[in-house]
Design a binder for this molecule. Structure first.
Ligand code: AHR
Length: 323
C-alpha cells in the first residue's frame, strides 16, 4: 500500500529535531479541506513547468485544494498574490520567490493571521527566520561547486588557464546568486578556471541565445560556458552553432536542471555536463502542508535531490525522464 502525504501527516507530526511548529491552535483543531495558496515564479522554462506539474499532481493526490497563482516573473504581483491568500484565509501558504527581497511585511501579516508559510525552490533575504516554517529546495551553491569541479577535472593533465563565460539567471533570485558564488569559489581554489565574462539570460532559451551572442562578441577565446540553467544553455548552443562553433566540446558547456531536452543535448554531444536540480518537490511539499495543518512540527530545511549527468548517464536517465 502507498500512503499519500495526507495519510502520513498525522504519523509524522511531532517527529525529529530542528523543527518548527505550525501556526495552528491545538485547542481548536482545524477541519478539512486543506487549502494551499501557492504562488509560482512563472512559466519561464522546462524546469519551472515540471515544478508546477509536480505541485499540481501532488495536491490532487493528497486531496489538498490548491489555490495556484502564477506571478509571471513579477515580484510585486507575487507579493499581492500572497496578500490575497491571507485575505482568503487559506490553511497554508507556499511560494517560490521570484526575488529574495521585499518579503518582511506580507510574511509578518501571514504570521499574525496564524497561517504557516513554506518556501519552495528558492529562499528569501529576511533575518527573522520565524517568518517561515520550512523551506524545500536545492542547495544552489553546491550545484555551482559541482559545475566547476567537473569542468576543471576535464582539464587535468593539461596546462594553462581555461577561459569560462557565465550565463546568469534573472537578477535578485537565489539560484543566480548562489550558483555563481559556488562556481567562483571552486574556480578560485585552483585558479585553473578563469571566469572572463558574464551575461544575463533571464532563465530562458531566447535569453541564453542572446547572452551567448553578446559573450561571443566580447570575448575572443571562450573555452567553456557555465549556463545557470538548461534552457539558457540550450539557447547558447544555438548561438554557438550559428557562429560556427562546436558546443559540447569547443567550447564545453555545463548547465543546471536536468530536463529531458538538456539530457538529450548531452546524449547528442551538444552539452558537456548537466547538474541536476530536481523540480519534483510536490510530494514533500504536501507532506509538510499536511503536518502544518494538523499543528505538527516540520523540518526547517528539506533538500531536494541532485546528481551530475554526462553523455552516458544522460542516455540512461532519458529512458524514464518525464519532463
Ligand atoms: O530556481 C530554480 C531555477 O529557476 C531553475 O534552475 C530554473 O530553470 C528556473 O527558472
Amino acid at each position: 500500500m502507498t500512503l499519500t502525504a495526507a495519510g502520513l501527516g498525522s504519523l509524522l507530526a511531532g517527529c525529529g529535531k530542528d523543527e518548527e511548529p505550525g501556526g495552528v491552535d491545538l485547542r481548536n483543531p482545524p477541519k478539512g479541506p486543506i487549502v494551499l495558496g501557492f504562488s509560482q515564479v512563472g512559466a519561464e522554462g522546462g524546469w519551472r513547468r515540471a515544478n508546477t506539474a509536480s505541485i499540481r499532481k501532488a495536491a490532487v493526490r493528497n486531496r489538498i485544494d490548491l489555490n495556484f497563482k502564477d506571478a509571471g516573473g513579477d515580484p510585486k504581483k507575487q507579493i499581492a498574490d500572497v496578500h490575497s491568500f491571507i485575505d482568503a484565509r487559506v490553511s497554508v501558504i507556499a511560494f517560490a520567490p521570484v526575488v529574495e527581497t521585499g518579503w518582511g511585511e506580507v510574511l509578518r501579516r501571514a504570521r499574525d493571521a496564524r497561517i504557516p508559510v513554506v518556501l519552495t525552490d528558492r529562499l528569501i533575504d529576511e533575518t527573522d527566520t520565524s517568518l517561515w516554517a520550512s523551506s524545500i529546495g536545492a542547495e544552489f551553491a553546491s550545484e555551482g561547486n559541482l559545475a566547476a569541479i567537473y569542468l576543471e577535472n576535464d582539464y587535468a593533465g593539461t596546462t594553462g588557464t581555461v577561459n569560462v563565460v557565465e550565463i546568469l539567471g534573472a537578477n535578485g533570485a537565489t539560484p543566480t546568486k548562489l550558483r555563481a558564488e559556488g562556481f567562483a569559489a571552486t574556480a578560485a581554489k585552483t585558479g585553473r578556471l578563469n571566469i572572463v565574462d558574464q551575461a544575463t539570460g533571464d532563465w530562458t532559451k531566447d535569453g541564453g541565445k542572446a547572452a551567448m551572442r553578446e559573450l561571443l562578441e566580447r570575448n575572443k577565446r571562450i573555452d567553456a560556458v557555465f549556463a545557470q540553467n538548461d534552457d539558457m544553455g540550450l539557447g547558447a548552443v544555438i548561438a554557438l552553432e550559428a557562429a560556427g562553433k562546436k558546443p559540447g566540446s569547443a567550447p564545453k558547456i555545463v548547465t543546471v536542471d536536468g530536463t529531458k531536452a538538456a539530457l538529450q543535448g548531452l546524449a547528442d554531444g551538444k552539452l558537456t555536463y548537466v547538474i541536476e536540480c530536481s523540480p519534483e518537490i510536490g510530494e514533500p511539499l504536501m507532506s509538510v502542508v499536511v503536518d502544518l495543518f494538523h499543528g505538527g512540527r516540520v523540518p526547517k530545511r528539506i533538500p531536494s535531490e541532485k546528481a551530475v549527468f554526462d553523455a552516458e548517464t544522460a542516455a540512461e536517465a532519458l529512458l524514464d525522464r518525464t519532463y
